[in-house]
Design a protein around this ligand. Sequence first.
Ligand SMILES: [Zn+2]
Length: 76
Amino acid sequence: MLTAMSRPTRFEHFRWLGDKRSLRVHDLDNSTDDCEIDELMASEKFASFGPDSLLEAKNRCYKPCPHCVRSDDAAA
Ligand SMILES: [Zn+2]
């Protein structure tokens, strides 16, 4: 079984992770080193969404991360 990157333990049940400082939302299924998820978790300035969807993140004025959110998802 292949996993690109392990998810932060506290977010293993979430896909979308918001950064409250930049109002950027990351796709944990596709996150890259450039996302600096570890740094975000350490800062504790992260947000989860309910429902856990990109649309909900957008409704809260979060912008899709250019590194990990696929363009077809971002256009949805
Ligand atoms: Zn990202």
